[in-house]
Every structure is written in C-alpha cells, then in structure tokens.
Design a binder for this molecule. Sequence first.
Ligand SMILES: [Zn+2]
Length: 64
Amino acid sequence: MTTQTPTVTCCHCGKPVTYHYDEVNHRQHLWLTIFTLGLWAPMWLFDIVSKIKICDVCGKPTKE
Ligand SMILES: [Zn+2]
C-alpha cells in the first residue's frame, strides 16, 4: 500500500503535477466590496466557493 499524492494535469506544464488551492484575498475583496457599494460581494462569494487549483510546478492555475 502506497499513499498517492493527488495530482492534476496542468495545462501549462502538460503533465500531472501536485497542486494547492489559491488563498482568497479577503482584504482585497473587502476593499472592492466597499468601493463598489456592495456590487462586488457576489464575486467575493464566488471566489470562496470556486477553489482554484494552483500548480506546484509553475504556480499558475491548472486550468484556464
Ligand atoms: Zn504547471
């Protein structure tokens, strides 16, 4: 029995790579929400629920 590291195929590297999730920049979202008088809030929520996989090799999102 071996423990497999979860991998995803990166569209930039073109091979299976390990990944991590992008951290949500809450401070920036808060600013944008205040600046747009709350119009940005749905984008903030969208960013929280749609976790983007970041390639550990090239540091870019694994999908475009
Ligand atoms: Zn990559």
